[in-house]
Design a binder for this molecule. Structure first.
Ligand code: ZN
Length: 312
């Protein structure tokens, strides 16, 4: 693919800037006191649950979040690759860890950055905590026929910049499928989104979730392209890789969420007024660790472990 700046890059860059501006406007009147980040040593020495590990990132600046992920990966002692990038849109470092053996790769991604002014607990420290937990568990007995790649991306909030830079240097042909973990810490049902068409990978994801007792249209949902939101998987999808978002939502809010995410205009207005959980804290100073639900994270962990077992 072209390495020049495409129209799509320009659109995504503008979208990133619009997000930043809207966030600043919405947060201007919010008087929530800032989060005091947990000492990193304390988190590293502490219990290793997704929620506890989300504190590696919560309340820190983006450069601090980035270096906290690298530091934790070094502490785990797993070999990891650093993918630095610098371009007109910005700079940062993606990190990746490959576990297992084989030609085909299941890629699980979570972005480590957050929008300015938000502690970024559910978006997206919780997802990073999930990936770190999964990674440590899988390292004990890695798959033998497939590889699982854990990708921690930078600058997702700038129109998936880190992921867009990552795909420029990646071997896309080896990817079986991509799941981008976003907002995984609140709710009791899984949503696989941007999944408009059936693919073998989507069938595997569905089978995995069914296998751990989830039921389609009840405790997990498969939905098409969501106009209002996006995530790192959208850097992969145009290259022909089955790539979806993986998110948790409260099923009690299903109807309000449906209206919210499917009507961009109304959403834009509601952005400044009232939004259903989990979007009520999304990109705000109220996206704090205290709002994360251990049950939600446990469900996400169970679902993702099943996907790994099914695909790898
Ligand atoms: Zn996010």
């Amino acid at each position: 693919m072209s390495r020049g700046i495409s129209l799509r890059d320009v659109a995504l860059s503008l979208r990133g800037r619009l997000t930043k501006r809207l966030t600043q406007l919405a947060n201007a009147r919010d008087r929530t006191p800032p989060v005091v980040p947990a000492p990193i040593d304390e988190v590293i020495r502490g219990v290793r649950t997704p929620q506890a590990l989300s504190r590696l990132l919560e309340g820190r600046s983006n450069p601090e979040r980035e270096s906290a992920v690298a530091r934790y990966l070094r502490t785990l002692g797993v070999p990891f690759a650093v993918h630095p990038f610098a371009c007109a849109e910005g700079s940062g470092e993606n990190f990746s860890v490959d576990l297992g053996a084989g030609d085909r790769v299941l890629l699980l991604a979570a972005h480590h950055d957050a929008v300015d002014g938000s502690p970024g607990a559910n978006d997206n420290a919780a997802a990073v905590g999930l990936l770190l937990t999964l990674l440590e568990r899988l390292a004990v007995s890695p798959p033998t026929k497939r590889r699982v790649r854990f990708l921690f991306t930078a600058a997702e909030e700038r129109g998936y910049l880190g992921a867009r830079q990552y795909v420029l240097g990646a071997n896309i042909a080896e990817l079986t499928g991509v799941l981008s973990l976003e907002l995984c810490g609140i709710g009791d049902s899984v949503v696989i989104w941007d999944a408009a068409e059936e693919t073998p990978f989507l069938r595997q994801v569905g089978a995995a979730l069914e296998g751990v007792g989830l039921r389609r249209d009840q405790s997990y949902h498969v939905v098409g392209r969501i106009p209002m939101f996006g995530s790192d998987h959208r850097a992969f999808a145009p290259l022909g890789v089955p790539a979806y978002g993986f998110t948790l939502v409260p099923s009690a809010n299903a109807e309000a969420l449906r209206q919210f995410v499917w009507s961009p205009v109304r959403s834009a207005i509601r952005h400044l007024i009232r939004r259903p959980v989990p979007f009520d804290t999304y990109h705000t100073p109220r996206d704090r660790g205290g709002t994360l639900e251990p049950k939600a994270l446990a469900l996400a962990l169970r679902g993702l472990e099943a996907v790994i077992a099914e695909v790898a």
